[in-house]
Design a protein around this ligand. Structure first.
Ligand code: 1GP
Length: 248
């Protein structure tokens, strides 16, 4: 029987706090040597899990994941760009389908290639409907997936996508403006999508301040993801401010 401890952990976080805080580490930006210290800081600052991954990977994932795993008790959750971005040194994987796009490779192709490895590595797959939302600039995920994002002012299109994810049995919905997005997903978009679903809603991309993170929670986000901002000027203090702003 497959374990669901990471998904259960996410639900427990939502029982304790009004929303959860996930820190994304991109292996391309994270030296193995600094990973252990970073993981300790992320945990101490009060984040709820570490996401590990990115759209495009040229760095070996195993040593970074292993270092993180040994350094923290937080769940390490893979956030893969494709089926090659897998390692046994993680707890779970966002088993995503890029449902905002119409590229069969990212709807089901990479998932089929990854499935036997997820089983072999005993990773917990967390089925996740992944929606790319226009963020004001072209992002890596848009380029790599070869898909068009949903226009940022069209919540009426995003909502039914999220509902379809829920009806297909997915456990999370992720609204993604793309790493380094100029504009985070709008409050109106978050609120409209949230009104359609009763599974947790993750929001990420372009969230650069704790105040903005709190605004997204107030709009209806259940989990906030930050990546770039901590890579650019990450300090323990800033991480803590994000965690506190999100937890409320
Ligand atoms: C990207 O949602 C994440 O996949 C985080 O984006 O790097 O812009 O914080 P940022």
């Amino acid at each position: 029987m497959a374990s669901h401890w990471v998904l259960n952990h996410f639900h427990e976080v939502l029982n304790r706090h009004r929303a959860g805080y996930l820190v994304l580490l991109d292996p391309e930006q994270c030296e193995v040597a600094t990973c252990a210290r970073l993981a300790c800081d992320v945990e101490q600052a009060g984040a709820d899990a570490i996401l590990l991954g990115g759209s495009f990977l040229t760095t070996a994932l195993h040593p970074i994941a292993e270092t993180l795993k040994n350094a923290t008790r937080l769940p390490i959750v893979l956030f893969p760009g494709d089926s090659m971005h897998l390692t046994a040194h993680a707890d779970a994987i966002l088993y995503m389908s890029l449902i905002s796009g119409r590229n069969p490779n990212y709807l089901i192709g990479e998932q089929v290639k990854a499935a036997p490895w997820i089983q072999r590595y005993a990773l917990e797959p967390i089925p996740t409907g992944y929606l790319l939302i226009e963020g004001g600039n072209r992002t890596a995920v848009e380029f790599v997936s070869g898909t068009m994002p949903i226009p940022r002012n069209k919540p009426d299109i995003a909502g039914p996508h999220a509902l379809a994810a829920q009806y297909l049995g997915m456990k999370l919905v992720y609204l993604e403006a793309g790493s380094g997005a100029k504009h985070a997903v709008s409050d109106a978009m978050i609120a409209a999508v949230k009104a359609y679903i009763n599974i947790p809603l993750i929001v990420g991309g372009g969230i650069r301040t704790p105040v903005l993170a709190e605004k997204k929670v107030n709009a209806g986000a259940d989990f906030i993801v930050t990546g770039n901002v901590l890579e650019e000027n990450g300090s323990f203090e800033l991480m803590k401010q994000f965690a506190d702003a999100v937890h409320g």
